[in-house]
Design a protein around this ligand. Structure first.
Ligand SMILES: *Cc1c(COP(=O)(O)O)cnc(C)c1O
Length: 361
């Protein structure tokens, strides 16, 4: 216990301590089966219960309407960059994308391999993705409008979603799923790799609205079709059993110990306000995102010089604050303060930042 650090890793990321303890306690004998969850069939009633309960928890926590399916897939969020256009775009149709950073850039590239009918209707690339675009010109003929709700690398986040007037929204919510409440009704599809805000690596949560399934081309190989996985309750082939089980425990923690998404959002607001507030009071730390576009999950910032950043990161690590370097493509610093990162870790970081600024200011 004494050896655990304050974990600000961007992903895979911190998990709640009670979740890890339950995994540890149940590992040798999963719920009286005499076997670990790693050793039982995905067709066993014990595991089917895990899937059903995890689906039910997602539906409850996110207040999903009846017409939304919840499935668990492999291949990471990155597979969804390809699966979304493969499933939702019929021949001759167009899809509109909003480019707010590295992950949406990758999603656009993947979709363009399949069809030239991918339109980028808004982008913040002109200023290194430091902001969320405001003027979005929608096309009435778009099959869907794609966005990334939180930009893990650039540290920006949509504070509210654009009104698409009935065109289904498709969102990559890998780094802010279940961090705040929102109305799921306008979304045709939501996906999230679990390893940031939901659990371990190896499983991707996909929420897909019933009417979207009618769009799927008959020529699509079965393994790529959302309908296959909906019809087979995420067990068309062997699912990532262990990862789904950890997601179940994570959601149980969120529901029973945190109290749900609203209380989670209040804590997340406080955590982000502590760090941004501290940075706004001086110019020692410089947040990289525009004020109105700041992410409450990934707090990205620079210091005066790269040498000072190196010193900051080295001393932070020595003080038990892990995972603070920015993404290798952008440098600088990034504190990922996802759901599972407790307020006490953020307070420890804030204290360290105050002291470091006083000593080096
Ligand atoms: C991490 C991340 C991804 C990539 O996830 P993989 O599971 O590694 O494919 C995609 N989108 C966002 C927003 C992310 O944060």
């Amino acid at each position: 216990m004494e050896t655990r650090v304050h974990n600000f890793n961007p992903g895979p990321a911190a998990l709640p301590l009670p979740v890890l303890k339950t995994v540890q306690a149940e590992l040798l004998n999963f719920q009286g089966t005499g076997m670990s969850i790693l050793e039982i069939s995905h067709r066993s009633s014990a595991f089917i219960k895990v899937v059903d309960d995890t689906v039910a928890k997602v539906k409850r926590l996110m207040k999903l309407p009846e017409n939304m399916h919840v499935i668990f897939l492999q291949g990471g969020a990155s597979l969804q960059f390809a699966m979304v256009p493969m499933n939702l775009l019929k021949a001759g149709e167009y899809a509109d994308y909003i480019n707010t950073g590295t992950w949406s850039t990758n999603a656009i590239k993947e979709a363009k391999i399949l069809t030239p009918n991918i339109r980028v209707i808004a982008s913040s690339e002109d200023r290194e993705f430091r902001y969320i675009p405001k003027d979005i010109r929608l096309n009435a003929d778009a099959a869907y409008v794609y966005l990334t709700s939180n930009n893990t690398i650039k540290g920006t986040q949509w504070s509210s979603f654009p009104n698409t007037g009935g065109i289904p929204l498709v969102a990559d919510m890998s780094s802010d799923i279940l961090s705040r409440p929102f109305d799921p009704a306008p979304f045709g599809l939501i996906f999230a790799g679990a390893q940031k805000n939901l659990g371990p690596a190896g499983v991707t949560l996909v929420i897909v609205r019933k009417d979207m399934l009618e769009r799927i081309p008959a020529t699509l190989p079965k393994i790529f079709s959302y309908k296959t996985h909906v019809d087979q309750n995420s067990s068309y082939n062997t699912p990532p059993c262990f990862a789904i089980y950890v997601v179940q425990l994570f959601l149980k923690w969120l529901e029973e110990e945190v109290g749900g998404v609203e209380p989670m959002a209040r804590v997340n607001d406080q955590k982000a306000a502590l760090l941004y507030g501290l940075m706004d009071r001086t110019d020692f730390y410089r947040p990289t995102a525009d004020k109105d576009s700041r992410s409450k999950m990934n707090v990205t910032f620079r210091l005066r010089t790269e040498d000072l950043e190196k010193k900051f990161l080295a001393e932070a690590k020595a003080a038990g604050l892990e995972g603070l370097p920015g993404h290798r493509s952008v440098g600088g610093c990034r504190a990922s303060i996802y759901n599972a990162v407790p307020m006490e870790s953020v307070k420890a970081l804030a204290d360290f930042m105050e002291k470091f600024a006083r000593a080096n200011g």
